[in-house]
Design a protein around this ligand. Structure first.
Ligand SMILES: Cc1cc2nc3c(=O)[nH]c(=O)nc-3n(C[C@H](O)[C@H](O)[C@H](O)COP(=O)(O)OP(=O)(O)OC[C@H]3O[C@@H](n4cnc5c(N)ncnc54)[C@H](O)[C@@H]3O)c2cc1C
Length: 379
C-alpha cells in the first residue's frame, strides 16, 4: 500500500497551488462581493492544460487521472470556492458525460472545445419540480423528422451562461418511467433556448448558476447522447464521478479555513497569551486537522478506485457526504476561533462558511448520499 502521490500528481499539485495563490486568491473577496465571473482564470487554466485534464489526449485532454483532478479542485477551492465549483462542474459534469457516452464524432465536436477551454462545460439535470427525485423529469423531447424537439426547463445549472453546448435530460417515452429518459447535447444558442442568470445565492457568488428554458428547441437526431432511454442511468453514473469533485472542493475549502484559523490563533492575544495556547482552541484545531485528513483520504481513495476502473459509487458517496459535512463543521469552528472578526468579511472565513453550505446540497443532498450508501451496503 502506498499513500504517496506520484511524480506527476506532485507536479500538478505544485503548479496549481502556485496558480491558485497568485492568480485566484487575490481577487476572491472582491468577486464574492461583486459576483463577477472570473472568465480569465479559466483561459489561464486552459493555457496550463488543465481544462481537459482527465480526458483523452486525442480530444485535446491531458490524459490525467482522477486523483490529479481532485487535487486541482482542492487547491482552487482552498482559496476560492466559486473557482473550485466552476472547474469541478466543467470537468465532471460538462466534459464527463460526453467522454463516457459520446460517439467519436460527438467527442471530436463537443469534448475537444471543452478540453481546450474554449467554453465551459455544463450539465442540466435538475428541474423546478425534479431535484433529489431526478427521475421525475418533466422536460420532454419528441422526434419530428430528423430533429428532436425539446420543451421544458432546468434549474440551478452551473456554468450554462459560458457553455456553447451542454448535455441535458428529457422524457422521450413517459410510459417507461426512468427508462424513458434520454440525454441530448443541446447548443445554448439554438432558437427557443434561453439561459437566465438571476439567482441571488448565499455563497459561491462568483460561480454561474442559471435557469434554462427550452421552448420548441430543435436539435439534430445525431445529438442524442448514448442510447435512447439510457439518459437517467447515464446521468446517475456522471454524478458518481461528480461527487469526487464536490468532496475535493470540501477538502479544499476546509483546508483554507483551517489554515486561516491556525494562523489567527497564533497571532491573536487574549488574557496575555495567544489563542493557540488555550487548550480549548488547540482541540478545535486538532479536530479540524484530523477531519480534513480523513476526508482527503476518503476522497483520494474514491478517485483512485475510479482510476483503477473499479467500482467507486459507495466510496464517492461516502467521500462527498463526509467531506461536505466535515467542511461545514470546520468552517463553523473557523468563524468561532476568529470570534467577532470571524463574522466580518475581512477575515474571509465567513465566505468559506457560506460557500461550504452548497456542498451538502449539490450533486445529491446529504440525505440522498445516505440513501445511495444504504443501497450499496444492501439495505
Ligand atoms: C449552486 C447550485 C449549483 C447547482 N448546479 C447544478 C448543475 O450544474 N446541474 C444540475 O442538474 N443541478 C445543479 N444543482 C441542483 C442540485 O443538484 C439540487 O438542488 C439538489 O439535487 C437538491 O434538489 P432540490 O433543490 O430540488 O431539493 P429537494 O429534492 O426538493 O430536497 C429538499 C430537501 O428534502 C430532502 N429530501 C428529498 N427527498 C428525500 C427523501 N426521499 N428522503 C429524505 N429526504 C429527502 C433533501 O435531502 C433536501 O433536504 C445545483 C444547485 C445549486 C444550489
Amino acid at each position: 500500500m502506498n499513500f504517496d502521490l506520484d511524480q506527476e500528481q506532485l507536479m500538478i499539485q505544485k503548479m496549481i497551488r502556485e496558480f491558485a495563490e497568485e492568480e485566484v486568491a487575490p481577487g476572491a473577496d472582491e468577486r464574492d462581493r461583486t459576483g463577477e465571473f472570473p472568465r480569465d482564470i479559466f483561459y489561464k487554466l486552459a493555457d496550463l492544460g488543465l481544462m481537459g485534464l482527465p480526458f483523452p489526449e486525442e480530444f485535446g485532454g491531458g490524459d490525467g487521472d482522477t486523483v490529479s483532478f481532485a487535487i486541482v479542485v482542492e487547491e482552487l477551492s482552498r482559496v476560492c470556492g466559486s473557482t473550485g465549483i466552476t472547474y469541478s462542474a466543467h470537468i465532471s459534469l460538462g466534459g464527463a458525460p460526453i467522454n463516457l457516452f459520446g460517439t467519436p464524432e460527438q467527442k471530436e465536436k463537443y469534448l475537444t472545445p471543452v478540453c481546450k477551454g474554449e467554453y465551459l462545460g455544463a450539465f442540466g439535470l435538475t428541474e423546478p419540480n425534479a431535484g433529489s427525485d431526478a427521475g421525475g423529469t418533466q422536460t420532454t423531447a419528441y422526434l419530428d423528422g430528423d430533429e428532436w424537439v425539446i420543451n421544458g426547463s432546468k434549474i440551478f445549472i452551473t456554468n450554462a451562461s459560458y457553455a456553447k453546448n451542454l448535455a441535458l435530460t428529457a422524457v422521450t417515452d413517459k410510459s417507461k418511467g426512468t427508462n424513458g429518459i434520454t440525454a441530448f447535447i443541446v447548443p445554448t444558442d439554438a432558437p427557443g433556448f434561453t439561459v437566465l442568470n438571476n439567482f441571488e445565492k448565499m455563497g459561491l457568488h462568483a460561480s454561474n448558476t442559471t435557469e434554462l428554458v427550452m421552448d420548441n428547441v430543435r436539435v439534430p437526431k445525431e445529438n442524442l447522447l448514448g442510447k435512447e432511454g439510457n439518459g437517467f442511468k447515464q446521468f446517475l453514473a456522471t454524478l458518481d464521478g461528480g461527487r469526487i469533485g464536490i468532496a475535493a472542493m470540501a477538502v479544499g475549502i476546509a483546508q483554507g479555513a483551517y489554515e486561516k484559523s491556525l494562523q489567527y490563533a497564533k497571532e491573536r492575544k487574549q488574557f496575555g497569551q495567544s489563542l493557540s495556547s488555550f487548550q480549548a482552541i488547540q482541540f478545535k484545531l486538532a479536530d479540524m486537522a484530523m477531519n480534513i485528513e480523513l476526508a482527503r483520504n476518503l476522497t483520494y481513495k474514491a478517485a483512485w478506485l475510479k482510476d483503477q476502473g473499479r467500482k467507486f459509487k459507495k466510496e464517492a458517496a461516502m467521500a462527498k457526504l463526509f467531506a461536505s459535512e466535515m467542511c461545514m463543521r470546520v468552517c463553523d469552528q473557523a468563524v468561532q476561533i476568529h470570534g467577532g472578526y470571524g463574522y466580518m468579511k475581512e477575515y474571509q472565513v465567513e465566505r468559506y462558511m457560506r460557500d461550504a453550505k452548497l456542498l451538502e446540497i449539490g450533486e445529491g443532498t446529504s440525505e440522498v448520499q445516505r440513501m445511495v450508501i444504504a443501497k450499496t451496503i444492501g439495505c
